[in-house]
Design a protein around this ligand. Sequence first.
Ligand SMILES: [Zn+2]
Ligand SMILES: [Zn+2]
Length: 361
Amino acid sequence: MSDMQQYKCPCCGGALEFNVSGQNMKCPYCNTEFDMETVKQYDESLNQHKPDNQSWEMPSSQWGDGETGDMKIYICKSCGGEIIGDDTMASTDCPYCGNHVVLMGQFSGDLKPDCVIPFKLDKNAAKEGLKKHISTKKLVPKLFKSENHLDEIKGIYVPFWLFDTEADAQVNYRATKVRTWSDSRYRYTETSYFDVFRSGSLAFQNIPVDGSTKMEDDLMESLEPFNVNDAVDFQTAYLSGYLADKYDVSAEQSVSRANERVKRSAEDVIRDTVVGYNTVNVNNSSIQHRNGKSKYALYPIWLLNTTWRDKKYTFAMNGQTGKFIGDLPVDWEKFWMWFGILAAIFGSVAYGLLWIWNFLL
Ligand SMILES: [Zn+2]
Ligand SMILES: [Zn+2]
């Protein structure tokens, strides 16, 4: 047996030394003494933790012969967006920036989506949603109200990687309980240290990671949730009449985000079971996936991007639930015109400004 092995102090982490007078181990930093058996057990528990294993089976569905026949790839020379559509999209505008897209050629290669959440709300529903939203705003520039412009709203499938896994997690915590009391001469503080170990199994389903950098993350998050239970096996027919965003973040590149979410969620859930201590800190944690697999999915979104006076405005609607987000420009010339009229009527400028502000915006 090697005597050179170093043992760590369970209280402060310092290197323990053999204490001749007590025939035990003593920490030179915090002066706590331990019997040999305790030290060995603690050391074993530290070395026992299993290594992380967060592996996933990657999506690998391939397109069949002739399946991509009608699909073309378009590129926007202005923002670099690459989208997939059929032949009829030749004269379309970029859903991300509103500039013209040009045909790049026949779509080929890439993975085939495993599943798709089909559009439940059609273009008319999207137009109605936008119209209603605009009608509550009095200062939206004319451009935005024209029927032509509303017609520009586009149905686009956004790529997502969905991760499923079962996970076994082990977490080792260092916890303390502190007790204080006093007598007529002294105040006493007693700190007890605990080596807390927890393990558990959890299942994760459809952890989404956005596969497109063109679709801004915060925008996408505000459109959530999508109900993945409605997803169906992908068929090319779902694409007809719609655009599809070409993924530019691969499943492999998304793995670290999925791993982080699994690990953090597992730690959070397990942490909730450690109660009754004054402090709890993670000493180490490890996680092993079982049957980790990922799918390539398409989510439906209605999207309208417009640039007005050098600023970009986005209106987007969840094509499944109808939830929408949108910011609309304010025509300040109109604002001051209205302000002039209303201020003339109401007189008091400060009060009027506030009131008109509320009334118009
Ligand atoms: Zn110590
Ligand atoms: Zn563009």
